[in-house]
Ligand binder design. Sequence first.
Ligand code: A3P
Length: 296
Amino acid sequence: MALTPELSKKTHLKEVAGIPLQVATVDNWRQIQSFEAKPDDLLICTYPKSGTTWIQEIVDMIEQNGDMEKCRRTIIQHRHPFIEWARPPQPSGVDKANAMPAPRILRTHLPTHLLPPSFWENNCKFLYVARNAKDCMVSYYHFQRMNQVLPDPGTWEEYFETFINGKVGWGSWFEHVKGWWEMRDRYQILFLFYEDIKRDPKHEIQKVIKFMGKNLDEMVLDKIVQETSFEKMKENPMTNRSTVPKSILDQSISPFMRKGTVGDWKNYFTVAQNEKFDEIYRRKMEGTSINFCMEL
Ligand code: A3P
């Protein structure tokens, strides 16, 4: 696969097949691509800022049969190895996954065409969570403001263009969502929407339980719904990233658990931006049957 030169020093991103990724990820690309998935792996897949942390906590609570103490064994970032993550000399996501006993639960932000092929070859289970593009853009903008190792997003107006053009980490929202949506009938993919989990968490969590082949009683289900609410996760040091140093995530600029709502985009998009976005969305998503809810 052709690697293009670093976009610029300031961006801290390099491209693989047109997808901007963190430099250390690209430098470790061979190890990532040759990762050996196992048939009983479950891979949590998301575009950034689509509710990754939320679904991770839900999945972990299901896996631990609702035992909060077990979920508190370590911070959420360390529970499910992040396949493409690399920050030498620390062990990479692949190293961590290789050291993990089966059955493994892993996570990725990679688009379908960059996923290590062994995931497809082993017919693994994929749990994809999609979030509407407008809220995703707002959330990513604030994340890039507070994340000291990602490129500075610039002004909102500048970021609007950057996001639309897919010049952000993990590339175009449109291509990512379309790619995974198109795979959903060919592989074992549970495709969920952030907005549905927000509207009816119990119903969506039940789908995850079934997909994971678990059987939990009603009381445990209710507990999972409560413990994975935005308010609870914002207070929980194991999920709110408060243990990450300020030199990496500066939560005084914007908290990691920021708003957790559907429709915050209305506070950012101007009428002109909204019209432009809708037109681009129509063109880029033409022919797909996917439908997003933009407000609750
Ligand atoms: P906002 O910035 O809109 O608040 P990720 O984990 O993929 O980085 O996604 C982060 C986004 O998910 C943030 O969105 C965060 O607040 C939101 N989020 C995290 N936990 C949540 C929860 N329990 N309920 C709703 N939203 C949640």
